[in-house]
Design a protein around this ligand. Structure first.
Ligand SMILES: [Zn+2]
Length: 296
């Protein structure tokens, strides 16, 4: 049996249109007796969580949704490490921009500095949301070895940022447009033990990035193919969405969710990453060790 997770990034960032997208998706999932893991930016661009976000997040928490940490400020795409695939496939300017700013950015990546950021995020979660986060997702997938040491020191043992497939971004104007599923073999296709014994829970893919709704039927088909494959390879499957992607075409997002639920069928179930962490299911699923991939 495979347990599926809806994970939604960038809660806490953006204005009332993003809050509204969150609320609409929340209600849609609740009508199906499902909950999401919301990766929340606790201090977007250095500002305190706005009241409308705080209210929305507390409402979600009280309805059984899962709130987990998504960086601290998310002010650029290099908060916890250098740019990584598939962010570089979504935005080809990340790598050259990073190279230009290398001298400025590299000093960020010390255990001490990253741990301070993570611990500030944890404090905001406790004080503002009444939640003890168990998982971390680095903004834009930008990670580093010191980040894993900092996570462990801060008491966070689960991370979910590595992708199995980037086909969900092939529709962007600078990419191939080819929506046939392609999976990487660089990482295990199931949760794995990684740096500092942190368990990495890979992302299956994203099917609702901006513009995906224009090829909705093809993205639904892509998601169905990925679901069919992942149930043969992993006890846990994490699907990624973004608040801004949902807002871009909410009807597409809803269609996609219902198709995944249908494709998963009754022999598989849906829950949150926090729930899986608490039950021990993530530790139990991480039966393999990940490769040493990070240069920094
Ligand atoms: Zn993000």
């Amino acid at each position: 049996m495979t347990t599926f997770v809806w994970s939604v990034d960038d809660a806490g960032s953006g204005g009332s249109d993003m809050v509204q997208a969150m609320q609409q998706l929340r209600r849609f999932l609740e009508e199906r007796d499902q909950r999401a893991t919301w990766f929340v930016v606790p201090k977007w661009r250095g500002e305190a969580l706005p009241a409308q976000w705080k209210d929305a997040l507390l409402g979600a928490r009280d309805a059984g949704h899962d709130l987990q940490l998504h960086g601290l400020t998310h002010e650029d795409c290099y908060e916890f490490g250098p740019p990584a695939w598939p962010a570089t496939y979504i935005s080809p300017n990340f790598q050259p921009d990073f190279e230009r700013r290398r001298e400025e950015l590299l000093p960020r990546y010390t255990v001490e500095k990253l741990q301070t950021r993570i611990e500030e995020g944890i404090s905001i979660f406790r004080e503002t949301l009444g939640v003890d986060p168990l998982l971390f997702r680095a903004p834009c997938g930008a990670i580093s070895k010191p980040m894993f040491e900092a996570l462990k020191n801060a008491g966070i043992h689960y991370h979910s940022v590595m992708y199995l497939s980037a086909t969900g971004y092939a529709h962007l104007p600078h990419n191939s447009g080819d929506l046939r599923p392609v999976w990487t073999d660089e990482i295990p296709h199931r949760p794995f033990r990684w740096y500092n014994d942190v368990v990495e829970i890979p992302i299956l893919g994203e099917y609702t990035w901006r513009g995906a709704g224009k090829r909705s039927a093809e993205f639904v088909d892509l998601a169905r193919q990925d679901v069919t494959r992942i149930v043969k390879e992993s006890p846990v499957a994490v699907i990624l969405m973004h608040t801004h992607g949902i807002a871009d075409d909410i009807e597409h997002a809803f269609r996609l969710i219902d198709a995944v639920i249908e494709q998963a069928g009754s022999q598989h179930d849906f829950t949150t990453l926090g729930g899986l962490a608490r039950s021990g299911a993530l530790d139990a699923a991480a039966t393999v060790t990940g490769p040493d991939l990070l240069a920094i």
